[in-house]
Design a binder for this molecule. Sequence first.
Ligand code: ADP
Ligand code: MG
Length: 411
Amino acid sequence: MGIVIQKFGGTSLSTPQQRERVCQAIQRERHKGNSVVVVVSAMGRADEPYATDTLINLLKRDNLNPSRRELDMLMSCGEVISGVVLTNKLQSHGEQAVFLNGLQAGIKTNSNHGDARIVAIDTRLIKKYLAEDYVVVVAGFQGISEEGEITTLGRGGSDVTAAALGVALGADVIDIYTDVEGIMTADPRIVKNARLLDAVTYNEICQLAREGAKVIHPRAVEIAMESNIPLRVRSTFSDSTGTLVGNYGEFNGESVQIRRDRLITGITQMPDITQIRVDIKGEAGLPLRVFKAMALAEISVDFITVTREVVIFTVLKEVADRAREILENLGLSVVTEPDCAKVAIVGAAITGIPGVMAKVVEALTLNGIEILQSGDSYTNIWCLVKRDQMEQAVKALHDKFDLGNQEGGEF
Ligand code: ADP
Ligand code: MG
């Protein structure tokens, strides 16, 4: 008997039938004798009535450009709504349940509205209710700054809430329930024969998440990893155990041997990227001016290449026009390539293995996919492609490295 954190994503909470499944999953843990802390996201995806994007659209519809502080207050409502509904549903099933928002749950963050970091958790109220045998339902994605303001943790932030609560409460396991069977070798929405990974190391999933596999927030993995608390990513809608994320060793009585990091864990994609190229005409000081201007405007830049002739980098689509304008106002000659996507193969120690890049290039070019830019790190090789070829690129790489096959991914 111990403490289990169960986090339910938006797609697990959008209909009464789905919320019924969620109640069953919670009651299953309760029947095992565990104390349960439930973390909820807002219900549903964009355009569904109480989803985060729907709330944001309320302002967009009025052509308003909200301040980050007020936007956080609006966005934090989504989790409160789903938490209250779920708590009432649990009560209707005879469970003793209570709902806490971020403030009540003691989630303390810095004051970076829209992308705040959890800095501490005051667990007193949660522990009081756990001691009284309540199921404690906590609003994910939100916290309270030192100044007492409501903050949100950025997209996927409920995963971070779940992981941080797991550490703060010394949980036995952090279960991330979602709408797919677990962590797969690629996004199953794109690759039909993507394979479920039954056990992965923190390191592997962290790399996948950082490269865009949005199935779990990378910070959530880092937080769980630091305290060595096992994470599971599993489906709300099936009874299978999903993917266990941990280190080597025993887990909950089931002996789980996690093998070494795979050479290739999976393929990821990140859409909505714009590439920017600035001609530097041999002017040595120019790259510095470019990056200083971006920093001053708080535009984060990625995939940077600097040569004698050109500075190339990418920005997120929503800030691309602003970035271009700033650079043109500096008198620079700028070319933008909108509608790009980054695809990557991710794994342990990929670089330096002969032939991997050749296979990547072969897979893409044979499928008529142009590589606009590429790069690598110790754990990944990425290529920038046009957005409308992204799905095709992911499929081609998944096929080329035979990741749908149990024995695939080795080299
Ligand atoms: P939730 O609302 O439960 O947080 P998300 O949409 O954030 O759900 O994450 C689940 C989604 O992640 C899946 O529906 C799937 O399309 C996507 N996904 C992307 N990459 C992967 C992957 N490698 N394995 C599993 N799912 C993935
Ligand atoms: Mg998510």
